[in-house]
Design a protein around this ligand. Structure first.
Ligand SMILES: [Zn+2]
Ligand SMILES: [Zn+2]
Length: 581
């Protein structure tokens, strides 16, 4: 278990050109929320921050298409996304935006520092100009063949196939994504970040890093081994943070550098609102602070190479990343999520389809793509809710509490005679807890949910074997032992679910007679929550299944499409203009 007191937990800043879909949630914001809640439950002090990434050409063009100024567009988008986080019960301490003045000043000062330290140089760079559309094309508006792997649809900034960061003029057969014509590359002066000067230090840091996931390490080290090049910090884009360098008045800071620094500026903004204004700096400068980043795998190079390089170049001694949890992709019924082809489910639609946020949170964590790309399937969604949540976990807890209520007036009995089977179950519970802690400490949330399900199954087997309902007359001492242990198991389950299903777990723990369940703290083991003569409240049904007709609709692809179509239409009509699609 972590010994440190202070954590900064963050998730990749959502780009606000659209509503987040289930895939975005699983990799970034939702996983980060579960981790932040877990740490708080273990008694740590957690600062959980993120924000809307709102700059760059994509938004500029999206806004113009809808007839808005970019700022009007992102105001609408940001407010709606805040509403989505409330719907999904995301426990941010500060969810800000890149248009925040504190952020903009922070980025500009930071850039001047790295320039002062000799990490910025100007270079002439070939920039794509589309003669037909008459505009400078931002990197991702150019596509072409990846020079490394030959993928034909690589974007100018990154290849989706091999993950490498690219420069548009590296692409073989470049084309404008708006009109398909071949752009002209013209020479423009730009300000570059001397990433190459930090190659050795980043390499050593990565190699000696004990906590980074295998995928993060492997990918980043191989990228460094092929050599780091200076990266352009500025862009010929109007919508962004004006570059602070001399003679760079007509340029803005490249969105990626802008958004990465938001992790720090969002913490600063949070503390500037309080009495202890300088605490953000103490937090970010202390070697004892732990930091955790939740991202999709396409963001690895920015978090494991560019962000630490920026920190080193600033010479400000901010803490380098401790945990970078990068998920693989979540697919939707075997396909990539696609806004244009309407493949997928978006965060606001999900709640309209089935209004139990905790169930969504749990199923998404069950499907969290930790080792490989994983597909969201409706059949799996229904299986997880009906069979795992209801049959395995819910029934076990409900049976246990009902029997305690009936036989012992709600007072949890003492275990008086422990046999072999009982001992096995007790050990099973302790073992599950320590496995759960090991996984959660490393942000392996899906693996932690495996442990929860195993423990619930152990509980069901145990209570079935012991059959207290047959023994209450002839062997009440044995029934006491059985129900005492079942209560313990149920409590462990409720605690383990707490970060994932906060509302359901809180009401479960209330029912189980745990005080202050909304601000649950479990330092060593959930047993510490059991008091002498522990009394429960009247048991109620714990979870509910997905209604039969809804399940039938979701499992029949034709009916489902019609149903989802009507949901989409309804939800879309409630979105602000900027985010309708
Ligand atoms: Zn490639
Ligand atoms: Zn064009």
């Amino acid at each position: 278990m972590w010994n440190t007191g202070n954590w900064v937990v963050t998730s990749a800043w959502p780009y606000v050109n659209g509503v987040p879909h289930l895939g975005t949630l699983v990799g970034s914001v939702l996983s980060a929320d579960v981790f932040a809640r877990y740490l708080r439950m273990r008694g740590h002090r957690v600062i959980f921050v993120s924000g809307s990434d709102e700059h760059g050409t994509v938004i500029e063009i999206e806004a113009r298409k809808k007839g808005f100024e970019p700022k009007v567009f992102t105001d609408q988008a940001h407010n709606y996304i805040l509403h989505i986080w409330r719907l999904w019960n995301i426990s941010f301490d500060n969810y800000t935006r890149t248009e925040s003045n504190i952020h903009k000043d922070f980025v500009r000062d930071f850039m001047l520092d790295i320039e002062k330290n000799g990490y910025v140089e100007t270079r002439e760079q070939f920039v794509a100009w589309c003669p037909r559309d008459r505009l400078y094309l931002a990197d991702r508006f150019i596509s072409g063949t990846c020079p490394y792997c030959g993928y034909e649809d690589a974007r100018g900034d990154q290849c989706d196939k091999c993950g490498r960061i690219l420069d548009p003029d590296f692409l073989v057969n470049p084309r404008c994504t708006f009109c398909d014509s071949r752009p002209i590359f013209v020479s423009r002066k730009h300000w570059f970040f001397r990433l190459d000067r930090l190659e050795g230090r980043i390499y050593e840091w990565l190699r000696n890093h004990g906590l980074l996931g295998e995928n993060v390490k492997r990918y980043s080290i191989s990228w460094i081994e092929s050599g780091l090049e200076p990266r352009a910090l500025t862009r010929d884009v109007a919508w962004g943070i004006p570059a602070p360098f001399k003679e760079a008045e007509d340029k803005t800071i490249y969105v990626w550098f802008d958004a990465l620094l938001g992790y720090i500026s969002a913490t600063k903004e949070l503390f500037l609102r309080t009495e202890k204004q300088s605490e953000w700096l103490e937090l970010w400068s202390s070697p004892d602070t732990m930091t955790a980043y939740f991202i999709g795998k396409d963001n690895i190079p920015f978090h494991a190479i560019i962000f630490p390089a920026l920190i080193l170049a600033s010479e400000r001694n901010y803490k380098l990343p401790d945990i970078i949890s990068a998920t693989e992709y979540l697919l939707y019924e075997g396909e990539k999520f696609s806004k244009s082809r309407r493949v997928g489910v978006w965060a606001d639609e999900a709640v309209e389809i089935f209004n139990e946020v905790d169930y969504w949170r749990f199923t998404l964590m069950r499907m969290r793509p930790e080792d490989r790309d994983t597909s969201f399937k409706w059949s799996e969604f229904i299986r997880v809710v009906n069979s795992e949540l209801n049959d395995d976990i819910g029934n076990f807890i409900h049976r246990t509490l009902t029997l305690i209520w009936r036989y012992f007036n709600g007072e949890v009995p003492e275990a008086s005679k422990i046999g072999d089977l009982d001992r096995e179950v007790l050990e099973g519970a302790e073992e599950s807890w320590s496995k759960y802690v090991q996984h959660m400490d490393r942000a392996e949330i899906r693996r932690a949910t495996d442990v929860v399900i195993e423990l619930a199954r152990l509980g069901n087997q145990y209570i079935t074997k012991k059959a207290p309902w047959f023994k209450i007359r002839e062997d009440p001492e044995d029934v006491k032992t059985t129900l005492s242990l079942c209560f313990k198991l149920g409590l462990y389950l409720a605690v383990m679910l707490h970060p994932i299903m906060p509302a359901s777990s809180t009401s479960l723990l209330d029912m189980m007679g745990v005080e202050n369940s909304g601000k649950l703290v479990v330092k060593n083991s959930p047993s510490e929550l059991i008091k002498d003569r522990h009394v429960i409240r009247e048991p109620r049904v714990v979870f509910t299944k997905i209604p039969k007709d809804l399940a039938a609709t979701l499992l029949d692809s034709e009916k489902r499409e019609a149903f989802l179509g009507s949901v989409r239409e309804k939800v879309n009509s409630q979105r602000p203009e900027a985010l309708k699609f």
